[in-house]
Write a protein that binds this ligand. Structure first.
Ligand SMILES: Cc1cc2nc3c(=O)[nH]c(=O)nc-3n(C[C@H](O)[C@H](O)[C@H](O)COP(=O)(O)O)c2cc1C
Length: 161
């Protein structure tokens, strides 16, 4: 698959088979995050790899996270508090992971529905860091239809807005 195929074929997956993500696939996912660009090469990120069922059960209790209990792997992306560029950096790293997963035949879904305080307590995240987002990964048990996307005409502006 070409990189463009990977990008164009990706769609959020919310149903997974019970098969765990192999160590090799996980390493590639994490490596893709590690190699992401960051402002001034600050690499402000920390990633928590969550595989324990009890932890995933807890993460799945929110309105938009029910599927997380059946996703064998969740990566929590942490960055610096109150730091816009750090937030951008962590988001880039997480999306690199999403694409690395897709390239290996794995599915993924970003998760923005979480309680910051709860996660910091649950995962013992240091006070100077904040959770930017999470991504669930696993072997897809569905082939989601691609979502409606705005046209280029609606979102692209040439030279001036
Ligand atoms: C920052 C962010 C947070 C998201 N949070 C959730 C979430 O909590 N639960 C969920 O089911 N999907 C979540 N999504 C997935 C979006 O719903 C999905 O990307 C969007 O509907 C477009 O669909 P697609 O990913 O298949 O292109 C999130 C996506 C992003 C980028």
């Amino acid at each position: 698959m070409s990189l463009l195929d990977v990008i164009f074929n990706r769609a959020s997956v919310r149903r997974y088979t019970p098969e765990p993500v192999s160590e090799e696939a996980l390493n590639n996912i994490l490596e893709a995050g590690r190699r992401a660009p960051s402002a001034m090469n600050a690499q402000p990120w920390h990633f928590i790899v969550v595989t324990e069922q009890k932890l995933r059960d807890q993460l799945s209790k929110r309105r938009w996270t029910g599927f997380v209990k059946d996703a064998p792997l969740v990566v929590i992306g942490c960055g610096k508090k109150h730091d816009h560029l750090s937030t951008v950096d962590v988001a880039i790293a997480l999306q690199n992971m999403v694409l690395a997963a897709e390239a290996q035949g794995l599915g993924s879904c970003w998760i923005g529905d979480f309680d910051q305080k709860e996660l910091k307590r649950m995962f013992r995240i240091p006070d100077n860091l904040t959770v930017i987002a999470m991504v669930a990964f696993g072997h897809p048990a569905e082939k989601p239809a691609s979502r409606n996307k705005k046209s280029l005409e609606e979102i692209v502006h040439h030279n001036r807005f």
